[in-house]
Write a protein that binds this ligand. Sequence first.
Ligand code: HEC
Ligand code: HEC
Length: 395
Amino acid sequence: MVRTLIWDLPTRLFHWALASSFTFAWLTSDGDRWRSIHVFLGYLILGLVVFRLVWGFAGSHFSRFASFWFGPGEALAYLKQVATRKAPRHVGHNPTGSLAIYTLLALAVVVGLTGILTLGGDEQQGIAAGWLSFSQVEWLKDLHELGANLMLAVVFGHITGVVVESVLHHENLARSMVTGFKMADPGTPRAKPHTWVAACMLLAMLGFGGWWFAYAIDRQIDDQSWHINMEDGTGEAPHVKFVGKTLPDDPLWRDECGSCHAVFYPALLPSRSWQKIMAEQDQHFGTDLGLDTETVAAVLQFMVDNAAEKHAVEAAYKIEKSIPSAETPLRITETPYWMKKHREIAASDWANPLVMSKTNCAACHTDADAGTFEDGAMHIPKAPAAAASSAASRR
Ligand code: HEC
Ligand code: HEC
């Protein structure tokens, strides 16, 4: 047996890049705080899979699919042999490991594509923005999560397999995926290092990352001419730079509805609610708005055109879905979705002088005025006293 290069450099780089991308994509999947990183990793994984498919034909002997083209039957048979400790050693991928590889590649494609579609439908962001509506992507979102969970299960199976094989054949398989070398018979095909291909891969990944974080995200913000205010460092979501789309606006509506309180964007209530609010404008929460019929009609038109049932933003879709069809709420703050989303906010946060009222949406949603209510634009302000003491403790 001689020390032989089995895994070329691109295969090893692919392996560890995929493993770390998947790990971090998993860790950044909850909530929206790390979404720009999560989405970046998703694209990276798709790119890596495309590379691997090409490399399955163009790579060194043991990287080629032809060297590990085993069927599920063979994979099962090999498992049985492992159980009886009679499994022969494979220098390249063994039949069970091969099945894990094909499953992971297929799942990565499913998870990547459903991720793009979910982002496009649920958040109206990314390349598939606007392709599908919120209701259409619900099952795609489930599939995205299911696929990721299955991937995790296969990853654990794969790691178990690596450990078992390493023990069974007295070799460190994880280390050989780092160094590329294994002990093999002298006649075993040797891998070429393919250093240049690996260097190009690395450059492509770094270039994509640089472009994504330095340019793509910032440009998106400039396009929206809207910024998350992170100056005080208390921002909830420093890494979510995704912002909502620009919604239609109307100066007359702003004039008439923004003088006593900040405007409430029409997408936050269904049109029947706005109709009722405008019909009762002479007794608007205890005040008479004193609007003439023409103004009422013009403002109402804008509100109906952009009401919740138009599903312009995620919040609109969710609010509309939450209201029983027989009800016509006059308050956003009394819709089931709003109540559910704000139930867990502490009394002390409501009492904060920077908040004071439930209807002071802009205190916590920096994009309240734009009407988008993106998760990434939300942060609960610290009460001045608490902010001062935490600043002091930082010092
Ligand atoms: C003269 C002052 C005034 C003007 C002008 C005004 N409002 Fe109000 N509005 C109020 C008051 C007062 C409340 C109750 C606030 C509270 O309970 O915090 C309110 C509450 C609301 C609420 C309920 C908020 C919630 O979810 O709890 C909506 C919706 C609303 N206004 C819509 C409008 C619209 C639409 C217009 C323009 C046609 C408008 N308002 C113009 C005074 C005004
Ligand atoms: C005290 C701070 C605070 C105020 C004031 C506030 N919100 Fe929120 N809001 C939050 C928090 C925190 C969440 C996130 C809850 C979660 O993570 O599920 C949230 C979530 C939401 C969401 C869901 C976003 C999504 O799609 O996931 C909407 C819509 C929303 N708020 C609308 C409003 C509106 C409209 C007002 C004013 C009438 C308002 N909020 C006032 C703190 C606030």
